[in-house]
Write a protein that binds this ligand. Structure first.
Ligand SMILES: Cc1ncc(COP(=O)(O)O)c(C=O)c1O
Length: 385
């Protein structure tokens, strides 16, 4: 039996690709070309091909990618953008940085992704002023209900900008995350399924003119050096990050498949330990509940998340046994102090609020062993016994 189980162990991945990564970094050092350039351009082509988008624009982080996508989609000061109340802060702070106001909508109780029915209801009953876009997040690596959101977006004439930060390689009805709206933001933060050796991100888009705009925006709004047509920023990607990402990109489909296999092992062990009453029941009283998996979604399990009774006690119990876990996210966005100006309060997004008190991410990475998964599930069973 293993003595501990880390939430994520990047060293195991590194051990398998070390030579290739070091050679890629050496290639950049030898070229003495450190920002944008051929490595970033090659990565942009490869990510566009992987996602099925027309093109991609490499940038400094996933947060930067969200801002670029929103501005290029036409979001401007005074606009509003619908997004989920249950995500990482950047999903909403990028909207603010674009000068717009986030309009939070609650999540689906099964998947914890933006609830398309509630979005539709909001559009029909209280359509936000100057609504420009809907920004769904593909939480934990599973696409939001893009069929429902797309119907509403089309009917009401607004753009969809995907927050695909956690969803490289994910699909909805056979189409890649990153090709499901006008633009999509990916993060290559070191813990992501495809991760850099520092900060990096990319935007994919189905529209060539948006890609050109974003190339200018990431470089101080400059179409040519020292001439500036608008206010952009320094949001460029480092060549070393692109070179490392290109090495890893060759493995990401296999790594995502390994994540799916590990998720299936967790599911089976939870069921056979009698801890879950099967997939998805949001009304179930089982001590552990799994999130629903949409039949149209190909999940990439950036995180394997359970909803647990007495979650905080369970987390401490696991920590005492050297088993890593993490809470994504402990406080929904509408209750963050930074958004107090919106005037929202506890009770406004009940599904997100309940989820924030129950979710727990368990160890998940492609090299996680079956023995480690068994130890995690057995420890959880011991806690509830
Ligand atoms: C859903 C989501 N959106 C946006 C981001 C921002 O990405 P980054 O950390 O690369 O800026 C992240 C990751 O941290 C994320 O998980």
């Amino acid at each position: 039996m293993p003595e501990s189980v880390p939430l994520l162990d990047l060293r195991r991945q590194y051990d398998g690709i070390r030579e290739d990564v070091l050679a890629a970094i050496a290639r950049v050092c030898d070229s003495q070309s450190f920002i944008l350039g051929p490595e970033v351009e090659a990565l942009e082509r490869e990510i566009a091909a992987l996602t099925g988008a027309a093109c991609a624009v490499g940038c400094a982080s996933g947060t930067e990618a969200l801002w670029l996508a929103l501005v290029a989609a036409g979001v401007k000061p005074g606009d509003s953008v619908i997004t989920t109340a249950f995500s990482f802060f950047a999903s909403a702070s990028a909207i603010v940085r674009a000068g717009a106001t986030p309009v939070f909508v609650d999540v689906d109780p099964g998947t914890l992704n933006l609830d398309a029915a509630l979005v539709d209801q909001q559009l029909r009953t209280k359509r936000p002023e100057n609504l420009r876009a809907i920004l769904p997040v593909h939480l934990y690596g599973q696409c939001a209900d893009m069929a429902g959101l797309d119907r509403s977006a089309q009917e009401f004439g607004v753009a969809i900008v995907e927050d695909a930060a956690q969803a490289i390689g994910a699909e909805w009805s056979g189409r890649g995350a990153g090709s499901l709206g006008v633009a999509a933001a990916f993060s290559f933060y070191p813990t992501k399924n495809l991760s850099a050796y520092g900060d990096a991100g990319i935007v994919t888009t189905t529209r060539l003119e948006m890609a050109e705009h974003m190339r200018r925006l990431r470089n101080h709004g400059s179409p040519r050096r020292y001439y500036h047509d608008e206010f952009g920023w320094n949001g460029r990607m480092d060549a070393i990050q692109a070179a490392v990402l290109r090495v890893k990109l060759a493995h990401v489909a296999d790594w995502n498949q390994s994540r799916r296999q590990r998720a299936a092992t967790y599911d089976q062990l939870f069921a056979s330990a009698g801890l879950t009453s099967g997939l998805t029941s949001s009304q179930s009283v089982a001590p552990v509940r799994l999130l629903s998996r949409s039949s149209q979604a190909k999940h990439v399990f950036h995180q394997y998340v359970i909803r647990a009774q007495r979650r905080d006690e369970l987390r401490k119990f696991l920590a005492d046994r050297k088993i890593g876990s993490k809470i994504y996210y402990p406080l929904p966005l509408h209750l963050q102090a930074a958004f107090s100006y919106l005037g929202l309060k506890a009770g406004d997004m009940p599904v997100s609020e309940q989820a924030a008190g129950e979710v727990l991410a368990l160890p998940m990475f492609p090299e996680l062993t079956a023995a480690e998964i068994r130890l995690v599930v057995e420890s959880i069973a011991e806690f509830y016994s």
